[in-house]
Design a protein around this ligand. Structure first.
Ligand code: FAD
Length: 225
């Protein structure tokens, strides 16, 4: 069983803007384009965060949450296991005719073809495939042909699309297997360091929901609640 959620207008309106508003209201300072480059340790505890424009020393009682992709975390924190990647492939088709929505939310699960989910927003139809290791290796025009065939069949679309864009995200998520599951680390890494991110041990696959669960757990760890 599942309970699907769909962002009504996009992820910015649903997640980013409310998060920025909440952070501003809480007095947080947001520094974009300010990559963490290195960590200094004092024994088993973090002592400094190094950015391009200088180091931030940690005081007694400070807590650090690193919510970074696994590969970046592994380059900064010793002992993080490596994970194989799993691609996601999306094809976006601009339609000349806007078909009826396939469901009230405008999305449809597909079985027995190449596409897995189909999303219709106005005159743009998107077909998505997760765990798409084989598909990601195929040329974009072949991917478009396969996914259009599924979409056209599912929605009885005549002709072809007006325009197509295929996006292959090769490092979309970690590859989920029983072995990889056992490598996902718990959040607490040191007395003053907590790890967060969809790839940590959330009990969920790498999804937005997993990232949210991880963020909430990191906050509980820091606040000791
Ligand atoms: C193509 C695609 C489609 C997807 N579709 C879905 C979907 O339909 N539903 C769903 O639930 N999930 C989907 N996902 C997965 C979802 O996007 C992730 O699970 C989620 O974004 C993970 O959040 P996160 O905060 O753990 O990591 P990220 O969102 O990866 O955030 C990590 C952040 O760390 C920053 N960063 C990296 N290095 C540094 C550094 N050195 N210093 C400071 N910051 C740094 C990055 O800029 C980034 O902002 C999709 C992913 C992809 C790629």
């Amino acid at each position: 069983a599942s309970r699907p959620f769909l962002a009504r207008n996009g992820l910015s309106e649903t997640f980013i803007e409310p998060a920025l508003t909440a952070l501003a209201a809480a007095g947080a300072t947001l520094r974009l384009h300010h990559a963490l480059r290195r960590l200094s340790w004092n024994g088993a505890e973090l002592s400094e965060l190094h950015f391009d424009d200088g180091a931030v020393p940690l005081a007694a009682g400070d807590q650090v949450v690193l919510a970074l992709p696994w590969a970046v975390t592994a380059s900064l924190v010793p002992g993080i296991a490596a994970f194989p990647d799993s691609p996601i492939v999306n094809a976006h088709f601009r339609l000349s005719v806007t078909p009826a929505k396939p469901s009230p939310g405008g999305f449809l699960g597909l079985l027995g073809g190449t596409g897995q989910w189909l999303f219709l927003r106005g005159d743009v139809l998107s077909v998505t495939v997760s765990a798409a290791a084989d598909l990601a290796e195929r040329p974009a025009d072949e991917v478009a042909r396969l996914l259009w065939a599924d979409a056209a069949r599912a929605l009885s679309l005549p002709g072809g699309p007006e325009a197509v864009r295929v996006i292959k995200e090769k490092r979309a998520t970690i590859f989920h297997s029983p072995e990889m599951e056992s490598r996902r680390p718990p959040p607490r890494r040191a007395a003053n360091l907590v790890l967060a991110g969809d790839w940590t041990a959330t009990g969920l696959p790498c999804t937005i929901e997993g990232a949210l669960v991880s963020g909430a757990e990191a906050a509980r760890q820091v606040l000791k609640i």
